[in-house]
Ligand binder design. Structure first.
Ligand SMILES: Nc1ncnc2c1ncn2[C@@H]1O[C@H](COP(=O)(O)OP(=O)(O)OP(=O)(O)O)[C@@H](O)[C@H]1O
Length: 260
């Protein structure tokens, strides 16, 4: 039998609270190197908190988060973060926004600038490097935020509903950009979303989170690279349906637990 590759990112019995009830409540989860995993769940169930634990921005009250075998003890260069809002600096050009993770530490070199321009070209923004963020559409700003997260070539990319504010077509294009860039660089990704179809399109595995726990997980056995039309495939729809039922089931479990 083939053995599972060792996890690149792992949560082992992770628990966290902000001073009262557990927000993350005994999470065990493993993401293989180069895999894209998605976390699906309703508002307030603890998804962002779990991402912050993976980034080392929060420390678990119990259990452990490991990255490439070592316990995560704080934020580090191996991790890139993309937030829901692009959070670009208005007084910098697109190019300088992408370079920000570099220039926070040292002066950018010609090689850094070449890498930033290459990233901008790969996401369709080649001609916009000298503009300010206010002269960009929402989708273009999200692309810049993605390039900024990738400039330091992080081994792990954490994404917190990064495309939630975009129209459906732009969102699909960004999903395709993300998968292409992760595949080209071998980047491991953990992606938080409310959107079932987005999770199925992106993920190798999707976990349903409810009330701080991972209640259900589904392996997304669809081909890669993922063509645009895969979204209309019956297998795709069946996976969406399974996850929808899992989310409803998780909500039912919570109601039953609350009634006990
Ligand atoms: N800094 C904080 N202090 C106290 N409570 C917090 C803090 N941050 C989040 N919470 C609470 O923890 C719970 C989980 O929040 P979290 O942001 O992880 O959820 P989420 O699943 O990402 O939600 P959403 O989908 O709305 O972004 C919520 O009840 C929230 O109010």
């Amino acid at each position: 039998m083939p053995t599972e590759p060792p996890a690149f990112l792992s949560f082992e019995g992770v628990r966290f609270d902000y001073g009262a009830a557990a927000i993350v409540d005994g999470v065990d989860w493993a993401v293989g190197r180069g895999a894209v995993h998605c976390l699906l769940g309703r508002s307030g169930c603890g998804k962002t908190t779990l991402l912050k634990l993976a980034a080392g921005l929060l420390a678990p009250a119990a259990g452990r988060v490991r990255l490439d075998g070592a316990a995560v003890r704080g934020p580090g260069d191996a991790v890139g973060f993309v937030f829901q809002a692009p959070t670009l600096l208005e007084w910098l050009t697109v190019l300088d926004n992408v370079l920000l993770p570099v220039t926070l530490h040292r002066r950018a070199t010609a090689e850094d600038r070449a890498r930033a321009l290459d990233l901008l070209e790969r996401i369709g923004l080649a001609g916009l490097s000298g503009r300010g963020p206010r002269a960009l559409s929402g989708g273009q700003q999200s692309r810049v935020a993605l390039a900024r997260a990738l400039i330091a070539d992080p081994a792990l990319l954490l994404l917190d509903e990064p495309f939630a504010a975009l129209d459906a077509l732009t969102r699909e294009e960004l999903q395709e950009d993300l998968l292409r860039l992760c595949a080209q660089r071998g980047t491991t990704a953990l992606f938080v979303t409310h959107d079932i179809a987005e999770a199925v399109y992106l993920g190798d595995r999707v976990a349903v989170m409810a009330d701080g726990r991972l209640r259900h997980s589904v392996s997304i056995d669809l081909p890669r690279p993922r063509p645009r039309d895969l979204r209309y495939d019956p297998r795709f729809n069946a996976l969406c349906r399974e996850l929808r039922h899992a989310m409803d089931g998780a909500a039912g479990v919570l109601r039953a637990e609350a009634a006990e």
